[in-house]
Design a protein around this ligand. Structure first.
Ligand code: E4P
Length: 357
């Protein structure tokens, strides 16, 4: 409806029994929408979820809610799914007469973001994991676990390790076969561009990290034009993310933890940027959730559809941990002690030879 939405929508209807007042049900529905990640969107635009109260045995009219939905009869996409759960609703126009008491039909429309079908979220590719570190031992260890797709560094992380900046970046590029962010430290656009061009020459995987200032955005535009990959950092608002996308940044880094630190919801920033970018499917900029402090941040970034999460070593380690995994593993190991021949390699090798494989 209205010609604004770009993504595909899945429609489904729910039949609800509700003995309370309809506005209270509307309140519940709004809460469910919010918990599923709905944020304010343009009228008729793409949204994560949209739950409408379509029809109820009791009529209701208030500024916030009109039931039955005034346009119900004109909307087969709502009407037809509704009839799947409430067959007593008549096909086509008009409202039913004899109906089960207390029944309410709601439709639930779920939007599938257009970008989900595009290159950044290809089939079989989950959210990418970068390690947020300049510690070579940590990077080597995490890389050996097979889950590291790239690395981000920043001046604080480099300073913490105490090594030479360029040598560290070059070494990281030999460890991880993926994007490695190295940050410029300059104030003017010209200096940022000059540093960025040089950093990009260290290795083809170097991504030049640029702060989200006027000078940084201008530098990103120039570096993008020259084919240098960029990561626009220190992003704290969706409009800032829009600026980075407009100048062709490869990545935008919204800082979740630092927003949480000032008592705001950092993850909302990721959700809003993902939603905002999804409105413009031609944008190539990827959302890189940064300043992540614990595994829940990683989970929420993935649920929000972030393309990348950059994760400190300590948090990456915690992603593996679950007490039930440890207990279960311990039990299986103990049970295996009771198996007569425990040498799997010799057993399988003999079996393969016997069976001519
Ligand atoms: C990564 O690109 C950022 O520099 C990093 O995630 C910032 O994290 P912090 O807020 O923990 O310093």
């Amino acid at each position: 409806m209205g010609g604004v939405a770009r993504g595909a929508f899945h429609n489904a209807a729910l039949l609800v029994e509700w003995s309370g007042a309809l506005p209270a049900l509307l309140g519940l529905v709004k809460e469910v929408e919010a918990r599923l990640g709905r944020r304010s969107t343009p009228r008729w635009g793409d949204r994560v979820v949209d739950i409408d109260l379509l029809w109820a045995e009791r009529k209701h009219r208030s500024p916030a809610l009109i039931v039955p939905h005034p346009k119900l009869a004109e909307r087969p996409f709502a009407w037809e799914p509704a009839r799947e759960v409430a067959p007593w609703l008549p096909a086509g126009r008009g409202l039913p007469r004899a109906v089960p008491v207390g029944s309410i039909v709601t439709t639930l429309a779920l939007a599938r973001p257009t970008r989900a079908d595009r290159s950044v979220h290809q089939r079989g590719v989950a959210m990418k994991f970068f390690i947020d570190s300049a510690n070579l031992d940590h990077i080597r260890q995490a890389n050996s676990w097979g889950i590291v797709d790239g690395v981000t560094t920043n001046p604080s992380l480099i300073a913490k390790e105490g090594g030479d900046f360029v040598e560290t970046v070059a070494e990281i590029c030999t460890i991880v076969n993926g994007p490695v962010s190295a940050e410029v430290v300059a104030e003017s656009t010209a200096d940022m561009v000059a540093q960025g061009r040089l950093l990009a020459r260290i290795h083809e995987n170097v991504v030049v990290k640029v702060p989200l200032t006027k000078e940084g955005i201008a530098a990103t535009k120039e570096l993008s034009r020259e084919g240098v990959k960029t990561n626009v950092t220190l992003c704290f608002s969706p409009v800032q993310a829009l600026l980075a996308a407009k100048v062709g940044a490869t990545y935008i880094s919204p800082f979740v933890g630092r927003v949480d630190d000032v008592s705001r919801d950092g993850m909302q920033l990721i959700e809003e940027i993902v939603a905002l970018y999804a409105n413009y499917p031609e944008l190539e900029t990827q959302v890189l959730a940064a300043s992540l402090r614990h595994p829940k941040h990683v989970l929420d970034a993935a649920l929000a559809g972030s393309h990348v999460a950059t994760i400190p070593f300590a948090v990456m380690t915690k992603l593996f941990s679950h007490p039930l995994t440890d207990i279960g593993n311990e039990k299986f190991t103990r049970a295996w002690d009771g198996v007569p021949d425990r040498d799997i390699v010799s057993q399988v090798t003999r079996w393969l030879e016997r069976n001519g494989r």
